[in-house]
Design a protein around this ligand. Structure first.
Ligand code: CP
Length: 311
């Protein structure tokens, strides 16, 4: 197969295994390009992309922009803080005005779940979801799966992958679950009962509240951060008694890893709260894929934009 089955990248939901394999194979080719002395190809020379970020971002925003520049696309960046959205303009009007300037593709991050899906029905252009509230973050799941495959082998069939922490507020969790299940992995979510929503059962994942037992079970762990901004702020923690207690029960520490008789592969999508969900030593260790994930994000996003543009 040489074409994606979708016209937009709104989420992992709606994609199939062939789509994912095509993205991984294309990303591998672009990763090779990124390691050359001249890290640029003319693939999207005739394309103009707008990056619309209505929510903070370091990795995703820079990674998309670099990916666009490595593909020779023209790029415009839009930040909600300095836009006319603040003057009362609707989201559809804002995006339609941007499209009228001959923009071919829109990458959007928005705090509201479904915002990119809504626009894709109303506005005639190609959309990529760069994170919509607590819903999906598809390119994060793609780069995570790509990084896992690089470390443990391309066949994830039966591999045991645990996603640990604030599942309730995480768009990374849902996209990762959907992608890893498509690739045949066994997926377990682990965290306090208050941070694991009931609908997880319908996704065919295992559920655990016992972190140490989950570490014994897993081949790979993806550690998520506590999303204070979606829980009412760092000083208001209604989902568990204290940060200290959370770390005691669900923090990945050297002591926990030393009790295992195996090496785990460790991921974290960032931003990392060092000393809360993961200790500094582990985040910086050889078993951590954190910076590989960031590096692979550029190649993966190049692949997504290239394949969507070809449609
Ligand atoms: N992983 C991720 O989405 O990071 P940013 O919020 O910095 O983009």
């Amino acid at each position: 197969m040489s074409k994606l089955s979708v016209n937009h990248l709104l989420g992992i939901r709606g994609m199939n295994r062939d789509d994912l394999e095509l993205i991984f194979n294309t990303a591998s080719e672009f990763k090779e390009v990124l390691n050359r002395p001249i890290r640029k190809v003319p693939s999207l020379r005739d394309l103009t992309v707008a990056n619309l970020f209505f929510e903070n971002s370091t990795r995703t925003r820079l990674s998309f922009e670099l990916a666009q520049k490595r593909l020779s696309a023209d790029v415009v960046n839009f930040s909600a803080a300095s836009s006319s959205v603040k003057k009362g303009e609707t989201l559809v009007d804002t995006v339609n005005n941007i499209i009228a300037m001959k923009v071919d593709m829109v990458v959007m991050r928005h705090p509201h779940p479904g915002a990119t899906h809504f626009l894709a029905e109303k506005v005639n252009t190609t959309f990529i979801n760069a994170g919509d509230g607590t819903h999906e973050h598809p390119t994060q799941a793609l780069l995570d799966a790509f990084s896992i495959r690089e470390r443990v082998g391309n066949d994830l069939e039966g591999k045991k992958i645990a996603i640990v922490g604030d599942i309730r507020h995480s768009r990374v969790a849902l996209s990762n679950i959907l992608a890893l299940k498509l690739l045949g992995a066994r997926v377990r979510v682990c965290g306090p009962a208050t941070l694991i929503p009931k609908h997880m059962q319908s996704l065919g994942v295992e559920i655990s509240h016992n972190f140490d037992e989950t570490l014994v079970w897993a081949d790979v762990v993806n550690m998520l951060r506590i999303q204070h901004e979606r829980q009412g702020g760092a000083m208001s923690i209604p989902y568990f008694p204290s940060i200290r207690e959370y770390t005691l029960n669900f923090g990945l520490t050297q002591e926990r890893l030393q009790r295992l008789d195996k090496q785990l592969t460790i991921l974290h999508p960032g931003p990392v709260n060092r000393g809360v969900e993961i200790s500094s030593g582990i985040a910086d260790s050889d078993h951590s894929l954190i910076l590989d994930q960031v590096e692979n994000g550029v190649a993966t996003r190049m692949a997504v934009m290239y394949l969507l543009a070809r449609r």
